[in-house]
Design a protein around this ligand. Structure first.
Ligand SMILES: [Zn+2]
Length: 305
């Protein structure tokens, strides 16, 4: 159902929109947003109901604490390879322990849509909310994390890089369909995993943010409403385009568990450690890793296809 009507003739207005945004320095973004709202609303109307985007920003400022876990590799045993790869790996056993801990301690696994509903409409969140997410679309996530997610009936969001889908070592389109059937969410992690804050060409930025969304929606026939910035790297322009592209939430990385209404397109997150004790510290907000993901060396090079 979703995705229809998005492809035809979208490029001219999209480029025009980006020129407007690109020409406008940050302080004038609100007025620019007002100029382009009818177009943005048209794009959003396919996958999501109308929001309050045609009105001034809600004066209601909300805050909440929601740990957003970020996983990369999930291995069968202790990982091999470079230190960088090991740092991004959680074993299936530790992952299962962490999921068990969430259940034993009263955590409620929610989704990015729940957070968006909270910020947009004040929809109440459960006690001890937490979000589980996976980046890059590694096949190990499907193989070793999905069984635990199914065991506890937890919904996780898998942020995939559209250019990588189906490559060796990465989740395939049929596996993405299986994830959806199992109640998981699919989000976009861009088309080719660049640092968006380094991209100055608005059309290229739009391609990474918007076209990845339409590719996923067309193939999977489901709305794609969450975007995760590669490397957690974003700037005001990228965050604005994530909003204009019709996403409901954007996720950065690695800087905490407290969020405000202004953060819905730049939500903070936690790199999940391969250690239960640290995991407990992090989701409790006692200590949060600030290290960025450094996995450029283990991902296919951009444009190498
Ligand atoms: Zn990534």
């Amino acid at each position: 159902m979703s995705g229809r009507g998005l492809s035809s003739s979208r490029l001219p207005w999209a480029v025009g929109l980006l020129v407007l945004v690109g020409l406008c320095p940050h302080p004038c973004l609100p007025s620019t947003t007002q100029q382009v709202i009818p177009i943005a609303a048209e794009a959003k109307s396919v996958a999501t109901p109308p929001t309050d985007s045609q009105q001034p920003a809600s004066p209601v400022k909300r805050t909440t604490k929601v740990p957003i876990l970020v996983y990369h590799h999930v291995s069968q045993t202790i990982s091999e390879g470079s230190p960088g790869l090991r740092r991004l790996t959680v074993t299936a056993e530790v992952f299962a322990q962490q999921m068990q801990y969430l259940q034993d301690n009263g955590y409620h696994v929610i989704t990015f849509s729940d957070v968006a509903d909270f910020f947009e409409n004040g929809k109440e969140l459960p006690a001890l909310p937490i979000i589980i997410s996976f980046d890059d679309g590694w096949a190990t996530q499907f193989e070793y994390a999905l069984p635990s997610l199914e065991k506890y009936h937890y919904t996780a969001t898998f942020f995939v890089v559209t250019d990588y889908i189906g490559r060796p070592g990465f989740i395939s389109w049929p596996q993405l369909q299986t994830l959806l059937t199992d109640g998981m969410k699919i989000g976009s992690h861009s088309r080719s995993h660049p640092r968006l804050s380094k991209i100055t060409d608005s059309a290229k930025l739009w391609d990474q943010i918007y076209d990845s969304k339409t590719i996923l929606e067309t193939q999977l026939e489901t709305p794609v409403e969450e975007f995760a910035y590669p490397y957690g790297s974003y700037n005001a322009k990228a965050a604005e385009l994530v909003k204009l592209a019709g996403y409901r939430a954007g996720r950065g990385c690695c800087s905490g568990i407290a969020h405000t209404s202004r953060d819905v397109f730049t939500l903070k997150a936690i790199m999940a450690p391969n250690d239960l004790e640290k995991f407990i510290e992090y989701i409790g907000g006692d200590r949060v890793r600030t290290a960025r993901t450094e996995h450029s060396s283990i991902l296919p090079q951009a444009g190498s296809q």
